[in-house]
Ligand binder design. Structure first.
Ligand code: SF4
Length: 59
């Protein structure tokens, strides 16, 4: 996808929440007639998703 959102060295190893991956996913999947697989979660939905992932990691 040739994304370059983390060009500042201290931000290279973490998501900076730029949203470029969502845009790229939407563009490529839509072009292929498919539904985008990435979805942005905010607020309570984001916390719920984080807790779900942590529970799965502990199993
Ligand atoms: S939002 Fe997506 S493209 Fe942007 S830094 Fe996070 S993972 Fe990378």
């Amino acid at each position: 996808m040739r994304l370059n959102p983390r060009n500042i060295k201290r931000m290279m190893f973490a998501c900076v929440q730029c949203g470029q991956c969502l845009t790229a996913c939407d563009t490529t999947q839509t072009d292929q007639g498919r539904t985008p697989t990435l979805e942005w979660k905010v607020g309570l939905d984001a916390v719920r998703e984080t807790m779900r992932q942590r529970r799965e990691e502990q199993r």
